[in-house]
Ligand binder design. Structure first.
Ligand code: ADP
Ligand code: MG
Length: 153
């Protein structure tokens, strides 16, 4: 599938997330990967804001998943502190995937075996203090349309 890749400053990371918010539909699953400090939460905050979420979005470190009410609900996962991947399944991840909201999963690479086949994968790589490389790859069933509409290449 098509992949788009771009070097971005923080304002661009946030602009991509805000544009993505206008394109996502209920049931869409966005997988975020990248090291600590790459910008996964920064991306999610900008996405949520553009989804009309008024609450401050923080890392759901202790809950694993935090639900936010917006125009469409946002289910924000951070699975960094899971002891084993199966805990992700056991917390009912499947129900969130088929729920009325958009799912965003930080550290999705840690729970690969429990992710839905249809997803959008966004990897953020640290380049230097102010620049990141963002790679966006839709799964085969997700299709290319959204990535084309994002138009970041
Ligand atoms: P993660 O959730 O991946 O651990 P955070 O979003 O919590 O990372 O932290 C990313 C940090 O990097 C923030 O302090 C943010 O201000 C900073 N930053 C600097 N440049 C960028 C950029 N180009 N894109 C995203 N965040 C950036
Ligand atoms: Mg984070």
């Amino acid at each position: 599938m098509n992949m788009c890749r771009k070097v971005v400053k923080q304002s661009q990371t946030e602009a991509i997330a805000a544009k993505l918010a206008t394109l996502l539909k209920p049931g869409d699953v966005v997988c975020l990967s990248g090291d600590l400090g790459a910008g996964k939460t920064t991306f999610t905050k900008a996405l949520g804001k553009a989804m009309g979420i008024r609450e401050n979005i923080t890392s759901p470190t202790f809950n694993l998943v935090q639900e936010y009410d917006g125009d469409v609900p946002l289910y924000h996962f951070d699975v960094y502190r899971l002891l084993k991947p199966s805990e992700f399944r056991d917390l009912g991840a499947e129900e969130y995937f088929s729920g009325a909201g958009v799912c965003v999963i930080e550290w999705a690479n840690l729970v690969k075996e429990y992710l839905p086949e249809r997803h959008l994968w966004i990897e953020i790589k640290w380049l230097d203090a102010s620049r990141r490389e963002i790679c966006i790859t839709p799964s085969e069933t997700f299709g290319n349309t959204l990535v084309k509409e994002l138009g970041i290449t």
